[in-house]
Design a protein around this ligand. Structure first.
Ligand code: FPP
Length: 250
């Protein structure tokens, strides 16, 4: 049986895929279960997406795991999510190393509970030499928070004379973002039928292709990821140019 994997042109893979993992709560509700049951089942989808990307040769996978706004959820849900994240990081350490995947995290990490922060740092340290793929978890993250932070840092450098105002260009701003060492995502995926950015990677997604699916995150498997990549490869990325200009270049 032909699968979406067969439709993927391995030579034109996106180097960086970002995912808004949405719909855990609704997935659980559909089954008459509490929301955290959905998050627990979302872990399997995280594993599947990470494996599929690493196997194909995608270099960066970035997951929106906990937004700045998520702190406003009930204390019970926040605690459960934090515990689930720490538990998963410890349990998956071996799989990350076996698959040569480096764990990375971006966001206001100081806001995380200490036990969670420590588990995160331990896993990041233990996987730092892995080369096949970088898996970035966005934790206590929001795009506006990140850009505001960058503006503050640049302002400090201008005040201390390290940067002249004329030197502030897009490259300079990019360097002060949490993603300074990775390329912008070519493809953004959001599950659960919602079609918005929800404060995710606002700067970095400027030219990305967006792919939306109605599937809830716990149901999003490898084949769904292949389908998203195949769909992406059927699009023409023009970066503001016309089709003719693009084909002239070829
Ligand atoms: C969105 O669903 C999901 C989250 C806020 C948390 C994502 C967390 C996981 C998948 C757990 C494990 C993660 C890692 C990286 C190990 P939602 O709760 O907003 O769902 P809803 O919109 O249906 O309410």
């Amino acid at each position: 049986m032909e699968t979406y994997k067969d439709k993927i042109d391995i030579k034109r893979l996106p180097e960086h895929i970002a995912i808004i993992m949405d719909g855990n709560g609704r997935w659980a509700k559909e089954q008459g279960k509490i929301r955290i049951f959905g998050h627990q089942n979302g872990v399997g989808a995280v594993r599947a997406a990470s494996e599929a990307c690493a196997e194909l040769g995608v270099k960066y996978l970035t997951l929106y795991a906990f937004s700045t706004e998520n702190w406003n959820r009930s204390q019970i849900e926040v605690d459960a999510l934090m515990r689930l994240l720490s538990k998963t990081m410890s349990e998956e350490l071996k799989t990350l190393n076996d698959n040569d995947i480096r764990l990375n995290a971006i966001g206001d990490l100081q806001r995380l509970p200490k036990y969670n922060y420590d588990a995160l740092m331990k896993t990041i340290e233990a996987t730092k030499n892995n080369k096949r793929m970088t898996l970035t978890l966005c934790l206590s993250y929001s795009g506006r928070w990140e850009i505001t932070n960058a503006v503050k840092q640049i302002a400090e450098k201008v005040m201390s004379g390290e940067i002249a105002i004329e030197q502030i260009d897009e490259d300079c701003v990019s360097k002060f973002l949490n993603t300074n060492n990775m390329p912008d995502p070519e493809l953004l995926i959001r599950t659960s039928g919602e079609e918005r950015l929800s404060n995710f990677l606002l700067w970095q997604l400027a030219y990305s292709e967006f792919y939306f699916t109605d599937k809830f995150w716990p149901d999003f498997g490898k084949e769904d990821l292949y389908q998203a990549i195949a769909d992406y490869q059927n699009r023409e990325r023009r970066f503001g140019k016309t089709s003719e200009q693009l084909s002239d270049k070829k």
